[in-house]
Design a protein around this ligand. Sequence first.
Ligand SMILES: [Zn+2]
Length: 296
Amino acid sequence: MDANELRQQLRPRAGGPLPKDDHIKHPLVKAYPWGYRQWYRRIERSSLQALMGSARSRDHQLALKVANCSPTQQCGEVTLCWWCKVRASLTEGEAIVQFFETKIKRDRFSAVTIILACIPYEERHTLRTRLRQIRKRLEWAFRLWPRSQWYGRFELDLLTGHRNQELGSYAEKTLKDMGYAPQSAPECVLVHAHLVIYHPRISRDAVRSDLHHWYSACRQVKVTSLRDEQTTEEALTRFGSYIVKFKPPTFALYGRGSRTFRPRHPDVVRQYVRLQRRVRHENLLIQGRAGYQKDE
Ligand SMILES: [Zn+2]
């Protein structure tokens, strides 16, 4: 597919699904929940529209790369491409199960979400350095728990200060505590992490209390058990899939039931795409073990 064909395909009302959308029921992605496959398609479609509407030819090239992705020639653009994102989610689910010894004590697993930093969008060029520092501090903390193991990912959210922006699970007080300044710097990158931590020598309460001590802003840390109704393996697989979602601000995408599939704020979608491309997918991974020896 070339740029003209893609433009035809993206035309409001007249344009149809892309050839790659035929793979939505492909056996390789069938294990992934249908709702998410659809949702990732909506993200992709909005992003392609936004990129093709840009004045930069680099953006058009990226859109074409994603539009031409196929099971045999994957584009690897996990932020944008629904196929690559579903594949990466499934792979991550397998990787996290392999990482942990799943027969070990269930109550020594905790699912942790930590809000780590609020970086003004203007300072986005420092993002990679900041992530390195944040990771260092985080892993320093985890290593204090004897024989702990952790696996998770950083996630980058774009806050725009736009009146329609939904804050999702963030409380305004948390953002304020984190130093978010909507008056002076309404656009910011919120760095948070989702992790599973195995802590065989200490209780979940001790993990929670340590984390609250180190990360003490309002609702900065959330520590829960794995879901009761799932086996450990299922819970880990789901968790692994969940951490590879790359979600642009929803208000910027096209609305549910839209017939034109035009994003409401293409500029914000492009901004999100560019932000994500500053950091490689593999550099978002956080995994390690504290003083762990196999023969112990
Ligand atoms: Zn792809």
